[in-house]
Design a binder for this molecule. Structure first.
Ligand SMILES: [Zn+2]
Length: 422
């Protein structure tokens, strides 16, 4: 039996993964198309994915279907599309084919502060075609994030702007202790200037970050979000103020992340019941993201919330420098954790395809395999066995299934998941 840590060490220690070739180029290298380019001119499909089980919640699909791609877009979904006339054919027999997975919470400002990891290695290389960086940049570094991460990445990348000028450049401790650097006007201006790449404002309301300023930081973040007409994502867990004081101020469309935190001021009352303010928030359209991260998910809390039918709206990972080597690893491992916690495969796929498109305006139709939309596709394998999933409190659960990304197709180009080779 492979533990999570051993599994990660295999991935990290793999020559394929540790080489700069993988992290920069090979993870993003398209599969060679058929050699006969002359024939391609008369061929009607660039790519055909055959024989997989298509799960696309945006179209209520869960069936064995083929998916055809042409000119970077979905051409057709139908049973038994003939392979003739396709430049490239991938057999997905026994595998799951989904819209390209969307992780709404990652930290990929690589080389800037302690939180950033490489987008293509940890996102596209693990089946994630679209990733949203959750406030690694503040107003004075978001243009750099766009230049050095969004533009060169093969992964489709969007960003939130942190309400603190520094973002995660100098770590998080004390980030909002000087309110001179928490400026709603400058944050809103930076967000506006970098749309449509910027999709939200971010505020982190843990007391080691805010000191006693959390409600003032929240007020300024809401102001920046209002000026720039964007949602606000709020990080909670061990806040200075009780959680209900924060929840009461969130608006329809705002997002609370770390919704299953086990730290003080979490989502449950002393008897283990969901706080009424959490239910009020959901009723008025506030959205809830997992954001497992380092210390941000307790399996016990998640279980209690799920037992009370409080499911997350999105399963964002909070993948970054503090979580890529556990307990998060990558999005497909996080999804496997939620299969173990009792969600169905359709429910987890919906929370990383359709639901993120309702959370953020990506300026393009993503999260669907509807013909005519951009061909972002993920091919997954379900491995059966004994897999240990943990949280930061040291709690462990053993699951029988683990999702593994086999390939990601981004705008019609195929990227093979090389970690499968180890
Ligand atoms: Zn985060």
């Amino acid at each position: 039996m492979l533990t999570r840590r051993q599994f990660s060490q295999l991935l990290i220690g793999s020559p394929l993964l540790s080489s700069s070739r993988f992290s920069r180029a090979a993870s993003a290298a398209p599969v060679s198309p058929a050699q006969d380019m002359g024939a391609a001119l008369s061929q009607s499909r660039d790519l055909l994915i055959k024989g997989g089980t298509v799960i696309d919640p945006s179209q209520n699909l869960h069936a064995q279907l083929d998916v055809a791609v042409k000119d970077g877009k979905i051409l057709q979904i139908a049973p038994d599309i003939p392979a003739d006339g396709s430049r490239s054919v991938i057999s997905a027999k026994g595998k799951i084919v989904t819209p390209g997975l969307i992780d709404v919470h990652v930290h990929i400002f690589e080389g800037v502060g302690p939180t950033g990891v490489n987008a293509d290695q940890y996102c596209l290389g693990r089946g994630v075609t679209t990733a949203v960086d959750a406030g690694s940049a503040g107003y004075f570094s978001i243009a750099g994030f766009r230049q050095y991460v969004i533009k060169p990445s093969a992964t489709r990348v969007y960003a939130m702007v942190d309400i603190g000028a520094r973002g995660t450049l100098m770590g998080l401790v004390g980030n909002y202790s000087n309110l001179d650097w928490v400026n709603p006007q400058l944050t809103a201006r930076a967000a506006e200037a970098n749309k449509p790449d910027v999709v939200a404002i971010k505020a982190r309301l843990s007391k080691e970050i805010t000191g006693a300023n959390d409600l003032e930081v929240l007020k300024r973040a809401l102001e920046a979000a209002t000026i720039s007409n964007l949602p606000l994502m709020v990080h909670v867990g061990d806040s200075y103020s009780p959680l209900p004081e924060i929840l009461r101020q969130l608006r329809k469309g705002d997002v609370l992340t770390h919704c299953y935190t086990g730290r003080p001021h979490g989502p449950l009352d002393a008897s283990g019941k969901i706080l009424p303010e959490m239910l009020d928030c959901r009723a008025r359209g506030v959205l809830f993201d997992v954001g497992d991260g380092g210390p941000h998910l307790s399996l016990d809390v998640a279980e209690k919330c799920l037992q009370q039918n409080f499911l997350p709206d999105t399963i964002g990972t909070d993948l970054g420098g503090l979580s890529y080597n556990g307990p998060v690893y990558d999005l497909v491992t996080e999804l496997s954790k939620f299969l173990l916690l009792g969600l169905s495969i359709d429910q987890v796929i919906e929370r990383v395809t359709l639901r993120p498109t309702r959370m953020f305006n990506f300026g393009a139709e993503l999260g669907t395999l509807r013909p005519g939309t951009v061909a972002d596709i993920t091919i997954l394998e379900v491995r059966e066995g004994s897999f240990v999933f943990g949280d930061s409190t040291g709690k462990k659960r053993t699951g029988r299934q683990k999702l593994q990304s086999v390939a990601a197709i981004r705008a019609g180009k195929t990227y093979i998941n090389r970690s499968d080779d180890v």
